[in-house]
Design a protein around this ligand. Structure first.
Ligand code: S3P
Length: 449
């Protein structure tokens, strides 16, 4: 089932060369944060390029429920009239974050140090994901959380009346955990300190600085130590959201897979904590050039030009995992068409995403005639070379947008069509995927089961 309705089965058939310009939507991580920090600041924040995927729309609805004035003025153009740090009011109903782990986890952090009760829920995928990683540090601030077994949603969070600042070392590499702690720290007196052993995406830190918070990052032998001074007055900002590198990954990889392709993907955010996929693809032999490098909205951005390339399998270093964590599903498709083995280690976080992404990709690739190996923390794909993947299967997507889009890309190069049981979740992050890929020359059709 799709997150918001009946399943939408879809089939991808072998494509001729892909060409043209792929204008991918705004960055999902930056979009969530723009709305949340806009809602926690004083004055009116103006946002352009906001991703209007369901995940972000659900965060917009949540910010309204907490008292902020969130208005859409035109495509991607939004304003948020904030209530200030500590100014959220108690919502009069449950907050439904749909499919979005980022939405629910960041909002839990943002409300934990305000004395209100908020009940969170989500779709079947989100209700199965671990929330203890968020509620554990939020309890240190003084918040209380009551969820289902293993802390799963639905979950009620009771914000504390007397927040304490917290020192916390994240037990897993997670920007969502780090961000939840920092957002909770905003309404605690004194300094909240988060240490992360491995660098994860730093959009929250960059944006907090932009909104006027005092926040410093130090590199130590324990990792990155981020110190936030609590109870700042955040001032409304103008934010231009860069285009999402995790969405760009699909037209970029599709162009690499389909013979004769030449595609331009402009304005892509290339924050080093997000750009690991592009380094990996280049190591595999991809012809990708970065043109017109510039800065937009505090993030490095460039235009990507990608041409079909014969690729070779590689070992992806585990220390790169955090910077490409959402890109392993599409990388595993690329790996299936490369020559030789691609070994992905240090990837166990993939098991707790919108689906168990190692399992979902492994089963679908096997059904399409690709040999894989896996253990808890490793995924190995045996490449069959360009044009070597048999295809001809229907793959299960488990309410996971990235699994759905990855198999649709595989179908563009496989010998026989590749189908998915449900394309509905694609709308959470990349609502224009079908039209955009079709415009480049892909052959995607909605099919009946
Ligand atoms: C995100 C962090 C990552 C990523 C997710 C977006 C964020 O999750 O997978 O899609 O915006 O902070 P984790 O923090 O769980 O690694």
């Amino acid at each position: 089932m799709s997150s918001h309705g009946a399943p939408i089965p879809m089939t991808s058939r072998k494509a001729g060369r892909l060409s043209g310009t792929a204008d991918v939507p705004g960055d999902k991580s930056v979009s969530h944060r723009s709305l949340i920090l806009g809602a926690m600041s004083v004055g009116e924040t103006h946002i352009t390029g906001l991703l209007e995927g369901q995940d972000v729309l659900d965060t917009a609805t949540a910010m309204r429920a907490l008292g902020a004035d969130v208005i859409q003025h035109g495509p991607g153009a939004w304003s948020v009239h904030g209530v200030g740090v500590g100014g959220f009011g108690e919502p009069d109903n449950v907050i439904d974050c749909g499919n979005s782990g980022t939405g629910v986890r960041l909002i839990m952090g943002a409300v934990a140090t305000t004395p209100i009760s908020v009940t969170f829920t989500g779709d079947a995928s989100l209700r199965s994901r671990p929330m203890g990683r968020i509620t554990d540090p939020l309890r240190l601030f003084g918040a209380e959380a009551y969820g289902r077994a293993k802390g799963r949603l639905p979950l009620t969070l009771i914000g504390t009346t007397q927040p304490l600042p917290v020192r916390y070392t994240t037990p897993v590499p997670s920007a969502q955990v780090k961000s939840a702690v920092l957002l909770a720290g905003l309404n605690a007196p004194g300094e909240t300190v988060v240490t992360e052993a491995e660098a994860t995406r730093d959009h929250t830190e960059r944006m907090l600085r932009g909104f006027g918070a005092r926040i410093e990052t130090e590199i130590t032998k324990e990792g990155r130590v981020i110190t936030l001074t609590g109870q700042p007055e955040l001032t409304a900002q103008t934010i231009q959201v860069p285009r999402d590198p995790s969405s760009a990954a699909f037209p970029v990889c599709a162009a690499l897979l389909v013979e004769g392709s030449d595609v331009l993907v402009p304005g892509i955010g290339l924050n080093p904590t997000r750009a690991g996929l592009f380094t990996t693809l280049q190591e595999m032999g991809a012809d990708i050039t970065f043109e017109n490098s510039r800065e937009e909205g505090g993030e490095p951005v460039a235009d990507l030009r990608v041409r079909f390339s014969a690729l070779k399998g590689i070992e992806v270093p585990p220390e790169r995992a955090a910077s490409m964590i959402d890109e392993y599903p599409i990388l595993s498709v690329v790996a299936a068409t490369a020559g030789g083995r691609t070994v992905m280690r240090g990837v166990k976080e993939l098991r707790v995403k919108e689906s168990d992404r190692i399992d979902a990709m492994a089963r679908g690739l096997e059904a399409c005639g690709v040999t894989v190996e896996e253990d808890e923390d490793t995924f190995i794909v045996h490449g069959r070379g360009a044009d070597g993947v048999p295809g001809g299967a229907t793959c299960r997507t488990h309410l996971d947008h990235r699994i759905a889009m990855s198999f649709m890309c595989l179908g563009m190069t496989a010998q026989k069509p590749v189908s998915i049981d449900d394309a509905g979740a694609i709308a959470t992050s990349f609502p224009i995927f079908e039209d955009l890929m079709g415009g480049l020359g892909a052959n995607l059709v909605r099919t009946d089961t």
